[in-house]
Ligand binder design. Structure first.
Ligand SMILES: C[S@@+](CC[C@H](N)C(=O)[O-])C[C@H]1O[C@@H](n2cnc3c(N)ncnc32)[C@H](O)[C@@H]1O
Length: 211
């Protein structure tokens, strides 16, 4: 597993840094390509056959939407999207672009303001780590992860899928996360693109099984 120098939260996403993020061509290309890969994985048949819906009938959460790169790709794929981010600086830049999202919400991934069984799928690009990476106490970290998994379960419809692109700091993190998802009634697996290389990417692919 390759360790990367990663942006610090929240410093890398406020004020001037938010603007730099938004105007970086490299960042835009990278996040859009990663989101396109997430969409490909959403339909992965190893999770079982994908129900025959047109994308335009589905409501997808983009968690940690930033200034909108990931949402733009989801909209190109004709999903209805609710875009969520915790930082007003990122939301502000998103709004300035008049992206046609169903709803743009200032909220925390760990405490989603969404009612039960309303969401078809969840996608999160380069954001999930930030919900726990500053928590040094292991019990606290485990509690946050478990709570978040429970919230995902609550808001998703049965057979709802979750694609998390994230940076696993340790293999323990990945295993732990997978264990929490499995004990909450999800099935799934880890996909690694370009393992061992600098451009390694990790995706957790999950499906909420019917009760
Ligand atoms: C790498 S950036 C945005 C990635 C975005 N998906 C894109 O396509 O550009 C990560 C984002 O995660 C957001 N974030 C971090 N912690 C969060 C949390 N607890 N809840 C919601 N958003 C969060 C940050 O504010 C930041 O905008």
């Amino acid at each position: 597993m390759v360790k990367k120098d990663r942006p610090k939260f929240p410093d890398s996403y406020i004020g001037k840094q938010a603007k730099e993020y938004d105007t970086s061509n490299w960042m835009e290309r990278n996040q859009k390509n990663t989101t396109a890969r997430c969409v490909e994985l959403l339909f992965d048949s190893n999770l079982g056959p994908f129900p025959e819906f047109d994308n335009s009938e589905l409501l997808v959460l983009d968690l940690g939407c930033g200034t909108g790169f990931s949402t733009e790709i989801l909209l190109e794929e004709r999903f209805n999207v609710i875009s969520i981010d915790i930082l007003s600086d990122m939301i502000y830049l998103f709004r300035e672009k008049n992206i046609d999202t169903f709803n743009l919400v200032l909220a925390d991934i760990r405490n989603l303001p969404i009612r039960e069984n309303k969401i078809d799928h969840i996608i999160s690009v380069s954001s999930f780590n930030f919900i726990y990476e500053d928590i040094l106490d292991n019990n606290e970290k485990n509690k946050i992860l478990q709570q978040t998994v429970e919230i995902f379960k609550e808001v998703l419809n049965n057979n709802g899928r979750v694609i998390l692109e994230f940076y696993p700091e340790t293999e323990v993190d990945t295993k732990l996360l997978m264990r929490y998802f499995k004990s909450a009634g999800f099935n799934g697996f880890l996909v690694q693109d370009n393992p061992g290389l600098r451009k390694e990417q990790n995706f957790l692919i999950l499906k909420k099984e019917e009760n």
